[in-house]
Write a protein that binds this ligand. Sequence first.
Ligand SMILES: *Cc1c(COP(=O)(O)O)cnc(C)c1O
Length: 437
Amino acid sequence: MDAAEFRKRGKEMVDYIADYLEKIDRRQVFPDVEPGYLRPLIPDCAPQDPENFEDVFKDIEKIIMPGVTHWHSPYFFAYFPSASSFPALLADMLCGGIGCVGFSWAASPACTELETVMLDWLGKMINLPEEFLAGKDGQGGGVIQGSASEATLVSLLAARTKTIRQVQSEKPDLTEADIMGRLVAYASDQFCATLGTTPCCSFDKLLELGPICNKENIWMHIDAAYAGSAFICPEFRHLLNGVEFADSFNFNPHKWLLVNFDCSAMWVKKRSDLTSAFKLEPLYLQHHHQESGLVTDYRHWQIPLGRRFRSLKLWFVLRMYGVTGLQEHIRKHVRLSHQFEHLVLQDERFEICAEVVLGLVCFRVKGSNELNKALLKSINEAKKIHLVPCHLREKFVLRFAICSRTVESTHVTFAWQHISQLATDLLKTWEQNHHQQ
Ligand SMILES: *Cc1c(COP(=O)(O)O)cnc(C)c1O
């Protein structure tokens, strides 16, 4: 494909994507395929000779789409949202076009510098304490990781190195291995300090945890993967109180801030904690600017060496929505979750299982776990909407997460009527079977 064909095909692809997203509500949200569906549909090995674009393009609807779960359908209420917006899609295209691997400042200065400034913008939007920002000469700063899991691992490794060095400076006889064997990490069954846990979006009490961590010299990492985006709204910012005690903090704009996957924002108070844990300096990666101390080399802030120009997505989205546009998006989702909550509460067969704070509603039919498993099965087999469950204590619970950028009140009403009808059908047969036994 040459540039002339790329121009033509690129425009066709943009049209295809726009059509896909505009009419996504007409597609069944969850596919009909069985495991292994794809292999028989395509050749056993790569073609020896080049194929043309038309043939490749035709196979999208034939082979790929039948096996796609449509995360951006307004009938998708599973997991947590996966962000998507047109500005982010365009920025990702540009990122691919530039195609740099921004592991150091010199590897592509704009890639590093835009990321530092965007993480400052984002930090200011959620009113993070100044110490987490890079500014012109701060000790903190932000970085884009691929996922919240990666951010947690990076924090854990940085905390480990920091503690080992501290102990070694006090007790020089101890080897690294001696110290390593005695380190302790404290976590709950949801792992680290979390704002908006995955099963039910609950919030740890940072104002209780934080002072203890500080007093005991324990690194505190806070994971707000989903909930973090909501802190751009003043009415939700209080949920972040206590972040001032943390060493590192992370949330995923790729979940709820309209920036397509992957974009997980992480901040540290002392960037030297990361760089001293991950610094890697072979000759071919050294550069004369390094002496100045002004240069950020993001390879020292992460596990991989390579990294994409992901801050473009943030830049486009923050500029084209503005803070108010993003606040509207969050508020609409929270409104819709409360709408669903009210519908559930009006039906005395059902109960709400956790406080609805943001865009997630945990609910169940009053009754056994088996009954709720059967209800979820009938919902997901009908494939008109898609949900996933969770366990809260011993209870099997259904999660209703407001996900799509384009979901409206009518979709929520439809989803509830559908669930309620399936529950009616199920309860009839359930009671009959129960009587027979
Ligand atoms: C979604 C989620 C994660 C995992 O996020 P990844 O970016 O996919 O690793 C971690 N923690 C919480 C609280 C989440 O909601």
